[in-house]
Design a binder for this molecule. Structure first.
Ligand SMILES: CC(C)(COP(=O)(O)OP(=O)(O)OC[C@H]1O[C@@H](n2cnc3c(N)ncnc32)[C@H](O)[C@@H]1OP(=O)(O)O)[C@@H](O)C(=O)NCCC(=O)NCCS
Length: 165
């Protein structure tokens, strides 16, 4: 199975919106309302492109069989820019094919070799085990579990993970 990561473009807008305009995807992500209007999707995609240019985020489109299937990002750099937070999402019809596991492998390589990071951190809601599984499969270590207010102030357990170089 071939996965490639490339910078997102404004011409990805239609596919980008299709993927994120999904209740099951949006509920796991902050910053993605459901339903997601084309206007809001354009704003999000443009913001991603701008953040990429500033070097605050390294966000990539995930390409599977030549199709745009999702996004993966290293974001929220620490002050010394040696630690970034990993986030990812793919379209529902592409779930459970191993795509995110491979995309994470690629972005880890990029983070540790190109960006010379020391650590990548990530978290997942306890009720989203697939998101934890893809971290585990990439050798992330479980650090702690904390109850947090998320998604409309619901208190849920959030699992924190890290991968050191
Ligand atoms: C989380 C997400 C990115 C996973 O992507 P994916 O491409 O389906 O992941 P993979 O196919 O590489 O791996 C998924 C793993 O989780 C497992 N899994 C799926 N549903 C599960 C469940 N309910 N309980 C336990 N494991 C589960 C799969 O079996 C697979 O593990 P395996 O390969 O050992 O069998 C995808 O579901 C998604 O985009 N969800 C919405 C957005 C999101 O939650 N993002 C994460 C928040 S940061």
């Amino acid at each position: 199975m071939k996965i490639t990561l490339r910078k997102p473009k404004l011409s990805d807008l239609k596919k980008f919106r299709n993927i994120f305009n999904d209740k099951e995807v949006a509920k796991q992500l902050s910053g993605y309302p459901y339903p997601l209007s084309l206007k809001e999707a354009r704003k999000n995609l443009q913001n991603t492109i701008n953040q990429n240019k500033k070097g605050n985020y390294y966000e990539f489109a995930i390409i599977y069989n030549k199709k745009f299937v999702g996004m993966i990002v290293l974001e929220k750099p620490s002050k010394n820019k040696k630690t970034f937070t990993l986030r990812y999402a793919i379209g529902r019809k592409y779930w459970n094919k191993g795509i995110t596991t491979k995309a994470i492998k690629e972005i880890i390589k990029f983070g540790f070799t190109k960006l010379k990071l020391k650590k990548i951190v990530a978290d997942n809601d306890e009720d989203n085990p697939a998101s934890g599984k893809v971290l585990e499969k990439n050798q992330f270590k479980f650090i702690k579990k904390i109850k947090k207010k998320r998604r409309g102030n619901k208190r849920i357990n959030v699992l924190f993970w890290e991968l050191k170089k």
